[in-house]
Design a protein around this ligand. Structure first.
Ligand code: SF4
Length: 321
């Protein structure tokens, strides 16, 4: 713990002292968010219910739901509401999922069209029970979106497809989402306790496979901070992500969804998140999002535009010699 305090003091070197022990369990002010009450929030909720769609915003008890849904940004969770894994940080229920809904791709496309989305984020539960891990449903959703709302840019946030044939991921890549996201979630040392069903290097390899198969697709990955990771471990994850040619890194504060889930070890200060962002940018990511309330899909549309502009500027510089 002393090591951790030292690391936080170093990372948050811009006048951000490490938190006192008494501040470690209570949610700090920078985490508090307003209760969702706006008409936009109610409309988004109704649309999702009418189309029988699940959202990770609700299932993961995301703190940004009031802000995002008011702006009609929601992250649709396909392949049901029941996950075949039981990660220690995740609030989505675990069990034997129901059969895949054949109407889901059309419903997702309809929701995107009705909400007038310029950018949509699609994620899913893990479906280790399906031979392709649910990859073909991702493909159908992408195809339905391209058909119904062709100007919407598509970001997918997928499971790791561990122990599934390589062709599962290849099929998704060939459907050409604009952004392929898969979260590493935490540093490798914490995988056995936080993400026991997954393997750090398998997740990295997945993102590398995506980039190798289609370099035009932006790749994205993120980790949660506050689970007991050390500063140098976070830097190592950044280096690993860059060596897999990942374009966009996100970092956000882990929040314990219920007392049964993994405990918060530290509330990382906003200044420390800024310092991590500076380091990540120096390591060459096209885009970095790092703040206590950052989630993979938070401000995803705006960040996508910034990332696209950054790539264009990079290509222009390269062309100019
Ligand atoms: S940050 Fe993502 S998961 Fe959270 S409410 Fe916004 S869109 Fe939903």
């Amino acid at each position: 713990m002393v090591e951790k305090q030292r690391a936080l003091a170093y990372v948050g070197e811009m006048n951000a002292p490490a938190l006192k022990p008494s501040e470690r369990v209570r949610k700090p002010d920078w985490i508090r968010v307003k209760a969702p009450t706006s008409p936009g929030y109610a409309e988004t909720r109704k649309l999702m219910r009418d189309l029988s769609l699940n959202t990770v915003c609700e299932e993961a008890a995301c703190p940004n739901i009031g802000e995002c849904w008011t702006k009609k940004h929601a992250t649709v969770m396909i392949l049901g509401d029941t996950c075949t894994r039981a990660c220690a940080f995740c609030n989505v229920k675990t069990g034997m999922p129901r059969p895949v809904d054949p109407l889901e791709p059309e419903h997702v496309a309809l929701a995107a069209a009705k909400m007038g989305l310029t950018h949509i984020v699609i994620t899913s539960v893990d479906r280790d029970d399906l031979p392709d891990g649910g990859a073909s449903q991702f493909v159908k959703v992408i195809q339905a979106l391209r058909r119904e709302t062709p100007s919407t840019t598509i970001e997918i946030l997928t499971p790791d497809f561990r122990n599934k044939p390589e062709s599962a991921v290849a099929a998704i890549v060939d459907a050409r989402p604009d952004v392929y996201n898969h979260n590493l979630e935490t540093v490798p040392r914490l995988y056995p306790t936080i993400r026991p069903g997954a393997r750090y290097y398998a997740s990295l390899r997945l993102l590398e496979q995506v980039k190798r198969r289609d370099p035009s697709i932006f790749t994205k990955s993120g980790i949660m901070l506050g689970l007991g990771e050390e500063r140098m471990e976070v830097h190592q994850v950044m280096d690993d992500m860059r060596s897999a040619d990942i374009d966009f890194m996100t970092m956000g504060q882990y929040l314990q969804p219920t007392p049964k889930h993994a405990k918060v070890i530290d509330f990382v200060t906003p200044q420390a998140f800024d310092a991590y962002a500076q380091i990540a940018r120096a390591k060459g990511f096209l885009q970095v999002a790092s703040s206590p309330l950052t989630r993979s899909s938070y401000h995803a549309g705006d960040d996508f535009e910034r990332m696209r502009a950054a790539r264009e500027a990079q290509l222009a510089r390269a062309a100019a010699g």
